[in-house]
Design a protein around this ligand. Structure first.
Ligand SMILES: [Zn+2]
Length: 428
């Protein structure tokens, strides 16, 4: 289903879009420096003033990153909001609490910005007036439920503020009210499918769901297909971080997620060298949200890994896309110049019941990286067979050669790190 465009930014030529983003980024640098004591000190320590940052290039070269740890520490030391806070407390209208805990304060302007930002996601999915949305995200403490709610208001939908849980009631009201849009996690949608079955409700015939806006957890392809088939609906993935908001959403082509570049400047960096990588290369997502009054965040490291592409999408949007979330960066590392996802090795091992746990060890004994996958097995007499078999399969899965060492069950210590990087130069 073709969706409507919400703003002219979505299809703007990329050089114009860059100009727009540059202006917004420079505004944020100035706002953070002038209004947030934390950033004032941080920039002073880095020896930069807003006047030194004249372009996006300057920004990416000179401005330091912000980590979640800094935000948590600052709030702990100067409760509740820490020195990041860039407005007087009486200007705050909403506060969310995310695990950490992190307090996320919003001014009225911030709320309105978020409302528009998230409405864009709903509209990109093809929803609009006449649709009935059932929001099954949490309305308690966390931002997801309430923000999806106000975004649906902005997009002109009829809202059922369902919240989490209550599967039976969710199905019952879906049926009685004719819900067309589901907003929530993929796993909860799977639970609703099970509950519907128990209740004798046919998800295809008795329910009118046509679109599902999913978020807050990964949406793997097999689960997506299963849910789409069960409900006869189209699912749209979105990616966000509590402190930053929902930054990307899918269009009807489902080929990655468009970055909302009207509101975020996204960079992908090599988590080891902290250098920006080229489009198409994998690395850590770093985001700078625009128009943030209360809690400016500059070059905020998400810890999530992805790839960015700037190729124009078939939908006509010029906004860049991220090609899936490929895990947490602390779970991946570069070996011989290639990112290693331990999960891919895990997927290989999981196919064989006679194999157990595994550990990946990365070393640099001489000038070159060496990777050894240690795998637990049940039958020592077959270890050498397994070693050659797995060597081949890991090469396919991980795209680089590795050594394989089979060990007896229980030989990998229970507290062993899944991925152990013993190379000195990558000390964190
Ligand atoms: Zn698109």
């Amino acid at each position: 289903m073709a969706s409507k465009f919400y703003s002219k930014i979505e299809t703007m030529p990329r050089d114009e879009l860059r100009k727009f983003q540059e202006k917004k980024v420079l505004e944020m640098v100035r706002h953070a420096y002038e209004k947030s004591p934390y950033y004032h000190r941080k920039f002073d320590q880095a020896g930069i003033k807003p006047a030194d940052i004249k372009s996006l290039d300057d920004f990416c070269k000179k401005v330091p990153f912000t980590s979640k740890h800094e935000l948590v520490t600052s709030q702990r030391e100067q409760p509740p909001y820490g020195e990041f806070l860039a407005v007087p407390k009486e200007k705050l209208r909403l506060v969310f609490i995310s695990p950490g805990p992190i307090f996320e304060p919003y001014t009225q302007e911030d709320v309105m910005t978020t409302r528009k930002n998230m409405a864009k996601g709903i509209i990109t999915g093809g929803a609009g007036e006449g649709d009935i949305i059932q929001i099954t995200l949490s309305y308690h403490f966390m931002p997801a439920g309430l923000f999806a709610h106000i975004a649906a208001e902005e997009a002109g939908l009829t809202i059922i503020p369902a919240g989490t849980g209550e599967t039976r009631m969710q199905i019952d009201f879906m049926k009685k009210l004719g819900t067309t849009i589901y907003a929530g996690t993929p796993s909860f949608l799977a639970r609703l499918a099970e509950e519907a079955q128990k209740m004798g409700v046919d998800p295809k015939k008795d329910l009118k769901l046509k679109i599902g806006i999913c978020g807050a957890e990964p949406l793997p392809p097999d689960l997506r297909k299963k849910l789409q088939d069960t409900f006869d609906m189209e699912l749209f993935d979105a990616y966000g971080v509590a402190e930053l908001g929902v930054m990307t959403r899918e269009c009807e082509y489902h080929n990655g997620m468009h970055v909302n570049e009207e509101l975020y400047f996204l960079e992908i960096i090599d988590p080891n060298t902290l250098e920006r990588v080229e489009p198409g290369e994998e690395g850590e997502i770093v985001a700078t949200p625009f128009d943030r009054e209360a809690l400016p965040l500059i070059r905020y490291r998400t810890g999530d890994a992805s790839v960015l592409t700037e190729e124009v999408c078939k939908c006509g949007r010029t906004e860049a896309r991220i090609l899936g979330i490929r895990g947490r960066v602390d779970m991946l590392t570069k070996v011989k110049g290639v990112f290693i996802h331990p999960k891919q090795a895990q997927d290989v091992v999981k196919q064989y019941p006679e194999l157990g746990r595994l550990q990946i060890i990365v070393e640099r004994p001489g000038d070159y990286d060496e990777m050894t996958v240690v795998v637990e097995g049940k039958d020592p007499s077959k270890f050498s067979q397994w070693e050659s078999k797995l060597k081949e399969e890991f090469k396919q899965a991980l795209r680089i050669k590795s050594n394989v060492k089979m060990v007896k069950e229980g030989d990998i210590p229970p507290d062993a790190r899944y991925l152990e990087d013993r190379r000195k130069h990558y000390a964190k």
